[in-house]
Design a protein around this ligand. Structure first.
Ligand SMILES: Nc1ncnc2c1ncn2[C@@H]1O[C@H](COP(=O)(O)OP(=O)(O)O)[C@@H](O)[C@H]1O
Ligand SMILES: [Mg+2]
Length: 285
């Protein structure tokens, strides 16, 4: 054995016995995840969770292995939207948590599975959120994935910071806005936040951009051009403009995705284009 080989063996042994930091343990647990993407926005109700759930479905429909980590501590809605609200988590003998399996094999982990009741208000203090977020990132059996998507609560609070601090090699975030200036300005703060913590903003999605009426015409419901405005202000790609479709809300409440139910809808077409752009921006082959 050469001196170089001996050194390599020594380093490996040291590595095995080294006490790992929380971040290292998370990185180790996520080592087989190719892309980690967060979905952010400055405001609630803009459709962040709807967008996250549908990006997951659109990617899974293209054959990618996908998981969603719903880290909205105060309003976790991914399990309901993906129809796995009543499922429960299992734990392996070596204390790893098996995520729930949603449509198309999408793995789902959510704070919701730890809450006593759907309507219970849990008081989460900042450090507790960080601990819980880290534990779930670290002990969930994510396995081999192409994409791990993080759904976040609105704003630049604890959860967004936890994501930035705990997932060191995050691929980037997608910002979701509505067309209005009020919405776009709030989202601008989230983009600034991401930049401050050195996270790449992969693009912006404008949700609820227009409505297609029965007569086939497009009607703009909300004024403004928030997606374009943010895209130009920050020089980031506009990934797409998503229409309002009442079926999206209805299906969301009953745990279905419109991409599966109505693949020919305008919403589904737009989503396909969004994930194609995303995949190309990330350089996924
Ligand atoms: N493009 C859309 N068309 C119709 N309803 C939508 C659309 N986007 C979101 N919604 C509905 O609006 C509500 C809020 O969306 P949600 O994804 O929960 O927002 P957020 O996660 O940003 O708080 C949900 O009931 C959802 O079904
Ligand atoms: Mg949400």
């Amino acid at each position: 054995m050469s001196v170089g080989d001996k050194e390599a063996v020594k380093r490996r042994i040291e590595g095995l016995f080294q006490v790992k930091t929380q971040e290292e343990m998370i990185a180790r647990n996520l080592r087989n995840v190719r892309f980690k993407v967060g979905v952010i926005s400055g405001k609630g109700g803009v459709g962040k969770s709807t967008i996250t759930a549908n990006i997951a479905v659109a990617l899974a429909l293209k054959g990618y292995k996908v998981a969603v980590f719903d880290s909205d501590f105060h309003g976790p809605s991914i399990p309901k939207m993906l129809g796995v609200e009543d499922a429960s988590l299992n734990v392996t003998n070596d204390k790893k948590i098996i995520p729930v399996e949603g449509p198309l094999g999408i793995k789902v982990m959510s704070i919701a599975y730890f809450l006593p009741d759907k309507t219970e208000a849990v008081i989460w203090r900042g450090p507790l959120k960080k601990k819980f977020f880290d534990d779930l990132a670290m002990y969930t059996l994510w396995g081999e994935l192409d994409f791990l998507l993080f759904d976040l609560p609105p704003g630049t609070g604890d959860e967004a910071l936890n994501l930035a601090q705990s997932i060191k090699d995050i691929s980037g975030v997608i910002a979701v806005t509505q067309p209005t200036e009020v919405s776009a300005l709030a989202v601008a703060k989230s983009i600034n936040f991401a930049r401050k913590v050195n996270i790449r903003v992969l693009g912006v999605i404008e949700n609820m951009s227009y409505f297609i009426c029965g007569d086939g015409n497009k009607y703009k419901i909300f004024s403004g051009d928030g997606g374009k405005m943010l895209s130009e202000m920050y020089n980031i790609p506009l990934l797409g403009r998503v229409p309002i479709d009442p079926r999206v809300a209805e299906y969301g409440d009953s745990g279905y995705s419109i991409l599966i139910k109505n693949p020919d809808s305008e919403f589904s077409k737009v989503f396909n284009e969004i994930v194609e752009r995303l995949v190309s921006i990330l350089g996924v082959e």
